[in-house]
Design a binder for this molecule. Structure first.
Ligand code: NAP
Length: 266
């Protein structure tokens, strides 16, 4: 797939991986639509893209809200034209403590990480089907392959995305619409800056964005990266629970964790 003059919408473009993805796509002559809650940051990014000769439009939405998401996606589509590529990237990484279990926060995370993707797809899929072409993708996580202690809710939300996209990909086969699931390892962004532990093979967001865009260009079904963290994560699926508990439980933060990055705010 060539990106020139294609329309791509990136949700969660106000920081981190989404911000870097929008810039990478714009540098490849894509017209980019930007979505998130922080309009000031989207406006700044859109301006930066326009100043470097690109085309961008933005709209504010909380992707856990269906009506807001559909309206914002429609506004961007009106400005830029039919959407060729969706990258549903918006996400939050609330941990899953035991004391308290904090179901309300985990529920909100599920709405953002799962329904945020589903609503964004709902906004673009009918037109893609009409046109018989398009590309749907979402940023999942290597954490989708294993339920890690203290991250049960996050891992479950990303596992749901993997399975949702897998079913869609099979259903959309021969309809001209590609579906790509992106599973990154650790990327240095606002989401991970609160991590108190060493993040193995952590990568900068702009490098991650280049890798993701390359995978999208190849229309990969699933893209796991970096390979070292992919192997490590898949290996944990073979490790007995007692050994994982002994190794990982000391790093689990019980109770409220100090949070950084406005992406955590409701
Ligand atoms: N960083 C990592 O190590 C890593 C690894 C694997 C997967 N991921 C996934 O990558 C994606 C991007 O994360 P990141 O690391 O770039 O984190 P980030 O810098 O915190 O960015 C998160 C983005 O999601 C947006 N967002 C959060 N809640 C939203 C909501 N309710 N409605 C609309 N937008 C919302 C934020 O924008 P606003 O706050 O302006 O709304 C922000 O633009 C997430 O899906 C995350 O799960 C990250």
């Amino acid at each position: 797939m060539a990106f020139d003059y294609q329309v791509a919408i990136v949700t969660g473009a106000s920081s981190g991986i989404g911000w870097a993805l929008a810039k990478e796509l714009a540098s490849r002559k894509c017209k980019v639509g930007l979505l998130a809650r922080r309009g000031d940051r989207l406006a700044a990014l859109a301006e930066e893209i326009r100043l470097s000769g690109g085309e961008a439009a933005f709209a504010v939405a909380d992707v856990s809200n269906r009506a807001q998401t559909l309206d914002a996606m429609a506004a961007v589509r009106r400005e830029l034209g039919p959407v060729d590529l969706l990258i549903a990237n918006s996400g939050i990484g609330t941990h899953t403590p035991l004391k308290p279990l904090d179901t309300e926060r985990v529920e909100y995370m599920m709405r953002v990480n799962i329904f945020g993707v589903i609503y964004a797809i709902e906004a673009v899929l009918p037109e893609m089907l009409e046109r018989g072409k398009g590309h749907l993708s979402a940023i999942s996580s290597l954490g989708s392959y294993k339920g890690f202690p203290g991250e049960s809710g996050y891992c479950a939300s990303k596992a749901a995305i993997n399975v949702y996209l897998e079913g869609l990909r099979i259903q959309l086969r021969s309809k001209g619409i590609a579906v790509t699931t992106i599973c990154p390892g650790f990327i240095r962004t606002a989401m991970t800056e609160a991590h108190a532990f060493h993040m193995p093979w952590a990568m900068e967001a702009d490098k991650a964005a280049r890798k993701i865009v390359r995978a999208l260009k190849r229309r990969k079904k699933v893209y796991n990266f970096p390979w070292q963290t992919t192997w490590l994560t898949k290996f944990t699926c073979w490790v007995p629970d007692w050994l994982l508990a002994r190794t990982l439980n000391p790093y689990v933060v019980e109770g409220p964790k100090p949070e950084k990055g406005s992406a955590f705010k409701k």
